[in-house]
Design a protein around this ligand. Structure first.
Ligand code: PGA
Length: 252
């Protein structure tokens, strides 16, 4: 059985002091729920240090929202795998649709980042998902599986269980319009079957596939109870202690 993975993506919200406050609240509530899910929060780079300190020993892990694939060099504004790892990150989100849409992230850069993250010993969360136009044009499967294939190109089967994928339909992110549990499950199953055909049963059965896109306390348990949905990547609802804690509880 796969352990659910609940990750809070704080995006570009909260100053370091505010982020520390939220982490302290979470520590008290989520840290003490005896949650069976793996719980992660991903604040901005500037808050990683203080949030990591606030969460120490709580059982809640730290993640970053992005990284560069090079180890170091003249890459103004970028942050390496070693930098986030040594500040306490266990996880890193890669290829979020906002990065693809606004910051020229491509399938190729996601693939390079994934290889670098695995090399450094980070646990990557790789995001994929189609736009509404693509879905309505009947291209959902082609787009999503194309992104999965490209992200995992050259990655050995043994590394697959250490990766989480996050299916995030772009039309559901921050819109309040969630995929129905059946719509999400259909895509998660497609992704898992695709992984099975390329990497074999062991990898396909072990890899966690999170759902993301307007997950809230009132829809979380139905989503998480689907056979191929292994937790969620939570944006808006991860910014308030009560809603995030309720979503963690919904994961069992
Ligand atoms: P949302 O964001 O929960 O606010 O829709 C999810 C995400 O972008 O990871």
């Amino acid at each position: 059985m796969r352990t659910a993975l609940i990750a809070g993506n704080w995006k570009m919200h909260r100053t370091a002091a505010e982020a520390r406050g939220l982490a302290e609240e979470l520590r008290g509530v989520v840290g003490g729920t005896g949650a069976s899910a793996d719980v992660v929060v991903c604040p901005t780079f500037t808050s990683l240090q203080v949030v990591g300190e606030a969460l120490e020993g709580s059982g809640i892990s730290l993640g970053a929202q992005n990284m560069h694939w090079e180890k170091e060099g003249a890459f103004t504004g970028e942050v390496s795998a070693a930098m986030i790892l040594t500040i306490g990150c266990i996880y890193v989100i890669l290829g979020h649709s906002e990065r693809r849409q606004y910051f020229a992230e491509t399938d190729e850069s996601v693939n390079r980042k994934l290889a670098a993250a695995l090399d450094a010993g980070l646990k990557p969360i790789v995001c994929v998902g189609e736009t509404l136009e693509q879905r309505e044009a009947g291209q959902m499967e082609k787009v999503v599986l194309g992104q999965v294939r490209a992200a995992l190109d050259g990655i050995p089967a043994e590394a697959i269980p250490g990766i989480a994928l996050a299916y995030e339909p772009i039309w559901a992110i921050g819109t309040g319009r969630t995929a129905t549990p059946a719509q999400a499950e259909e895509v998660h199953l497609l992704i898992r079957q695709f992984l099975r055909s390329i990497f074999g049963d062991r990898a396909a059965d072990a890899v966690r596939i999170q759902y993301g896109g307007s997950v809230k306390p009132d829809n979380a348990s139905e989503l998480f109870s689907q056979a191929n949905i292994d937790g969620g990547l939570i944006g808006g609802a991860s910014l308030e202690m009560e809603s995030f804690a309720a979503i963690v509880s919904a994961a069992g």
